[in-house]
Design a protein around this ligand. Structure first.
Ligand SMILES: Cc1cc2nc3c(=O)[nH]c(=O)nc-3n(C[C@H](O)[C@H](O)[C@H](O)COP(=O)(O)O)c2cc1C
Length: 660
């Protein structure tokens, strides 16, 4: 039932191109992106390894498959013949005119992917168009399966043997293009593979429909996306009749809960938390993985491959309790959240630490950061941001002054910070170095944190003030205690020598016994706890200036700093046009898109920056970047079909009573 081969159909009844009138008939509207404008910051931040450029219209991410981005799978083989399948969206087909008259496909695959490695190695692949009903399969194919374990097997695809190349196609796909790599170009973190299509199988039924589609748009008219039709002359690239309303979330129940891709280990841990696998299965999976990674030869280590594949396939298609994972019902996360709110919890949360010293250390940091660093008293600390020249936040940090002549900058992006510091260092007498590995940091949070620490420390900390860092000791071992936190509760951080980790943990468990101290293992310390309190992560601040986030209080206007002129201009013109608010959704099953669009009366009014379930406020909560004139707290808005109410960003303890 399949049509195979690289033939063209020269049926004269099929139009060659879509003319303007037909576009209007389709009701297609085009949105123009001025790329020069969008990437105007690019040059300045190029050296920082990350493009912080503004791209304020995101309608697609990994958890979502939205038109008009065509999604196809690429099947490749590794050196042992293990098959690999990955969903890819970056790429397009093209064709050469006579005399070559051939079809090509350019495929963009990032360096880190197995697909990239296999394409360079074997130079063959099958490109198979995914369809809208394969959201779960494409999500599975995107999970970090152990290298060499076939997504084809785990996602339950049926291999479609190829006629010319070695990797197999996918029977469930509407079309399968057999291709050979003829060229490759390295662009940034991606390789663009130019593949020549040497054969193609198209579902016969779809091919018939293609010929009779109302607007003669080709197979694009019959399915979510299909760019290339062999029935046109010349073959066409088009997005066909794509229904923009068919925006569907991939199942949120697959993949790492924190960072949905994650690693194999973090993904399996997520499955354990969700209750999809039990502890015994978890251990088994980890062991099998180790054994398979050591030897990925499917012949020599075939039994392990088979067992691992079967276990993974069985696991991923298993329904979870209630048939759906709802964060509200995550027993472990709720338990740990409540320990911190009601008693005490601790976790190892070592940030990257930059030590800054030298005669001009404070002067230099004053230039680099918005806060008044030279005004920080010895043993005190301040929260602030670092901006680029356009006033856009590139990092948020805490600056500690643990000693008279020493500053510590606590960050999660130290590589970027080094580059930005190097780029802006002039003749200041300053040196900076990373000291992350010299220190381990434990965060101890909750109303009983002070009691626990007083029981284990050499010096009483009852009078230690908020945002100070003071020398102390545990059984004679020196530590520094900072009174800080990210949970909205009374809390402290212990900075110790890495050799003293066991001592600190033993002491925490011993002295915390009376308060039933809990080690926090889930992600509540970066989700429900801080988000109920209105605290941001750098991911909430991407592409924003501090005024939009309500961070005026972190800025020392009496000194100069990078980005100040832009912020002053914004203030002089009446302040930022957008502001960060909170939102609440009653439906606990709400699954939202990262940077999802927020509408009010069908008009776009902003986007979300994050969402989670708040176990104290008992609602889905999140932050929203809202156009000031378009909506205000109290307004009802829509986020991907869910009704939400805009609120203040602080959902819990707005008077800060808990932290005293
Ligand atoms: C819809 C969708 C589109 C994607 N597009 C690309 C892409 O264009 N380039 C890329 O390198 N990865 C892309 N990915 C991510 C890869 O599929 C993913 O990282 C996968 O795990 C890679 O598998 P591999 O390491 O086995 O090759 C996409 C994922 C999805 C779900």
């Amino acid at each position: 039932m399949r049509y195979s081969g690289n033939k063209k159909n020269n049926d004269p009844t099929i139009p060659k191109i879509i003319n303007k009138e037909e576009k209007t008939m389709l009701g297609q509207e085009f949105k123009f992106f001025n790329l020069l404008e969008i990437f105007k910051n690019r040059e300045e931040v190029e050296g920082t390894g990350e493009c912080v450029a503004v791209y304020d219209y995101t309608d697609f991410n990994m958890r979502w498959v939205e038109p008009p981005i065509p999604i196809y799978y690429i099947s490749t083989l590794d050196e042992y013949g293990n098959s690999n399948v990955a969903p890819i969206s970056l790429g397009t087909c093209c064709w050469g005119e006579h005399p070559w008259g051939r079809h090509y496909y350019t495929v963009g695959v990032q360096h880190t992917r197995n697909t990239n490695r296999n394409l360079k190695l074997n130079k063959e692949c099958v490109i198979s168009y995914a369809n809208a009903r394969q959201l779960k399969e494409s999500t599975i194919a995107c999970c970090p399966l152990p290298y060499g374990i076939s997504e084809m097997d785990v996602a339950k695809f049926t291999p479609l043997p190829s006629k010319i190349v070695k990797p197999a196609g996918i029977k469930e796909c509407i079309s399968n293009m057999e291709a050979r790599v003829i060229d490759q170009v390295e662009v940034s973190n991606t390789t663009i593979f130019v593949c020549e299509i040497v054969g193609m199988s198209i579902d016969k039924e779809a091919l018939d429909k293609d010929r009779h589609s109302k607007y003669q748009l080709g197979i694009g008219g019959t399915d979510l996306v299909f760019e290339m039709s062999l029935t046109g002359s010349p073959a066409r690239m088009n997005y066909g009749l794509i229904d923009q309303k068919r925006i569907m979330p991939c199942p949120s129940t697959i993949g790492d809960e924190k960072d949905w891709k994650g690693t194999f280990e973090s993904w399996m841990l997520s499955e354990l938390h969700r209750g999809r696998i039990n502890k015994k299965e978890y251990k088994k999976l980890m062991l099998l993985n180790k054994s398979w990674i050591r030897n990925s030869d499917p012949v020599a280590n075939g039994a392990v491959k088979e067992e691992l594949t079967n276990l993974l396939r069985d696991m991923i298609w298993r329904p979870i309790k209630d048939n759906d994972y709802v964060r509200k019902n995550d027993v472990q996360a709720r338990k740990e959240h409540n320990y911190v709110r009601n008693s005490v919890g601790y976790y190892d949360f070592t940030h990257e630490l930059m030590e800054v010293t030298g005669k001009d250390a404070a002067k230099f940091l004053d230039k680099m950061l918005v806060g008044g660093v030279s005004k920080i008293k010895t043993t005190h600390a301040k929260y602030m941001t670092m901006l680029n020249k356009d006033g856009i936040i590139i990092d948020d940090v805490i600056v500690f002054r643990p000693e008279e002549d020493v500053y510590w900058v606590s960050t999660l992006k130290i590589d970027k910070m080094f580059i930005w510091f190097d780029m802006n260092k002039e003749d200041e007498d300053v040196s900076y170095r990373e000291i992350t590995s010299d220190k381990t940091m434990y965060s101890v949070q909750g109303p009983n944190s002070r009691n626990v620490l007083n029981a284990m420390l050499g010096k009483d900390i009852t009078d230690q003030k908020f945002y100070t860092i003071v020398d102390n000791s545990i059984d004679g071992h020196p530590v520094k205690i900072a009174r800080c936190g990210y949970t909205g509760e009374l809390g402290y951080e212990i900075y110790c020598d890495p050799d003293d980790e066991l001592l600190v943990e033993t002491k925490l468990e011993e002295c915390g016994k009376d308060y039933n101290i809990q080690r926090i293992t889930t992600d509540v310390t970066t989700t429900s706890l801080p988000k109920e309190k209105g605290y941001v992560l750098m991911s909430d601040l991407e592409r924003l200036n501090p005024l939009e986030v309500g961070f005026d209080w972190t800025i020392d206007w009496s000194k100069d700093f990078i980005g100040k002129d832009v912020l002053e201009k914004i203030k002089a013109e009446g302040g930022p046009s957008r502001t960060m608010m909170g939102f609440m959704i009653d439906d606990p099953k709400a699954a939202l898109q990262f940077e999802g669009v927020i509408t009010k009366d069908t008009k776009k009014v902003g986007r979300i920056t994050c969402y989670t379930y708040g176990y104290t406020v008992e609602k889905v909560i999140g932050y929203a970047l809202i156009d000031k004139d378009a909506a205000k707290p109290g307004d009802t808005v829509k986020i991907h079909g869910y009704t939400a109410t805009l609120t203040d960003r602080v959902f819990y303890d707005p008077e800060n009573k808990r932290m005293r």
